[in-house]
Design a protein around this ligand. Structure first.
Ligand code: ATP
Ligand code: MG
Ligand code: MG
Length: 321
């Protein structure tokens, strides 16, 4: 089975304003919609859209949990969350307008998870895990959770023999590395923060990786937005490049990308197929307005034009494969 874990899910209230959002005047709402917020849940949406059975797990506040579960069900995602008594699922506001200048995101911090809550979740969740399952933990926990607690949860999950995938940032990414997941996918800024180095090029990225002890992570992938990604695998470096696409909204491309990677892992595809497919799915996502939608037919066409190259450790291209 594939499980995704979101430790701080949200309900996104997406509000569209007529014209341009302006201070000091009445901004009229022309449309309100609700969407699922939280990276693990977005990965589940991608997997379900690909027809891959999966369960969205994690922790939810007891209030408003039914709304979140119903939103997931609308996208054919089955869920099994650990319910935190007395807490409420956070609501985020996404404000869009007609200005074409991008959206405003206003977020709540989320519940305060006690150590007992995290322990309760972990002990309960690992009962489901079997060797060979894939568990993708994505998005940070609420800020009140200490990185050591997060690392403890990841270690507990890893000990069950599952393949562990992590997408986290800041101190949680650093803590996650200690738990030695099988696949980690920071973007270039998250990787730069982890390494405390400036990363402005592929050469910088490779040099930073070589200074690190990250070779213990079987699949280490750094993503560079529209410029694609670098895969560090089996002591080799590969560069994956999507074709130029008409970008409408690149929010959520990382989640679509990780969803595609998890899909490839679950189908036991080789790294070339896995990365090309994930890159195509995420490029198709960039062409859509919603934060977790993509078009399967379009992704299939894009996949034909994704470049997968072996790179010398100096950063120079070696050959396309
Ligand atoms: P998120 O905001 O969802 O967390 P991220 O910053 O973690 O995203 P990105 O590096 O932005 O992740 O994107 C992940 C992958 O999606 C990239 O490696 C690339 O393959 C693809 N991608 C992102 N933006 C574009 C784009 N504009 N055009 C084509 N492909 C894109
Ligand atoms: Mg990005
Ligand atoms: Mg990301």
């Amino acid at each position: 089975m594939i499980y995704t874990i979101t430790l701080n899910p949200a309900i996104d209230r997406v509000i569209h304003i007529d014209g341009e959002l302006t201070r000091g005047r009445n901004n009229t709402v022309s449309n309100t919609a609700f969407d699922i917020g939280g990276k693990g849940t977005h990965i589940s949406v991608v997997l379900s859209a690909l027809g891959q059975p999966n369960i969205a797990a994690g922790m939810v506040g007891e209030n408003r949990k039914d709304e979140l579960i119903a939103l997931l069900r609308e996208k054919q995602v089955e869920s099994a969350f650990y319910v935190v008594p007395g807490q409420t699922v956070r609501e985020n506001f996404v404000i869009t307008d007609d200005s074409q200048k991008g959206s405003y995101m206003i977020t709540h911090a989320g519940p305060v998870l006690k150590k007992e809550d995290l322990e309760g979740f972990a002990k309960n969740f690992i009962k489901r895990c079997n060797p060979g399952d894939i568990v993708a933990v994505a998005g940070n926990p609420p800020k009140t959770t200490r990185p050591e607690e997060y690392e403890w949860v990841l270690r507990k999950i890893k000990e069950t023999g599952v393949q562990l995938v992590v997408d986290a940032s800041g101190p949680y990414l650093k803590a996650a590395i200690q738990a030695e997941p099988d696949l980690v996918k920071p973007n270039q800024f998250e990787f730069a923060e982890l390494m405390q180095l400036e990363i402005n090029s592929i050469e910088d990225c490779i040099a930073a990786y070589q200074k690190s002890e990250l070779s213990k992570i079987p699949y280490f992938i750094v993503s560079f937005g529209k410029d694609g990604s670098l895969l560090f695998y089996n002591n080799l470096v590969y560069k994956v490049t999507p074709p130029d696409v008409h970008t409408v909204n690149d929010t959520g491309c990382g989640d679509a990308f990780v969803g595609g990677l998890v899909y490839g892992m679950s189908c036991k595809h080789d790294v070339r197929k896995m990365l090309k497919f994930a890159t195509a799915i995420s490029a198709s996502k960039a062409m859509q307005a919603t934060s977790s939608g993509f078009d399967m037919k379009e992704a299939g066409e894009i996949e034909q034009s994704v470049k997968f190259e072996y790179i010398e450790k100096t950063g120079r291209n070696c050959n396309a494969i």
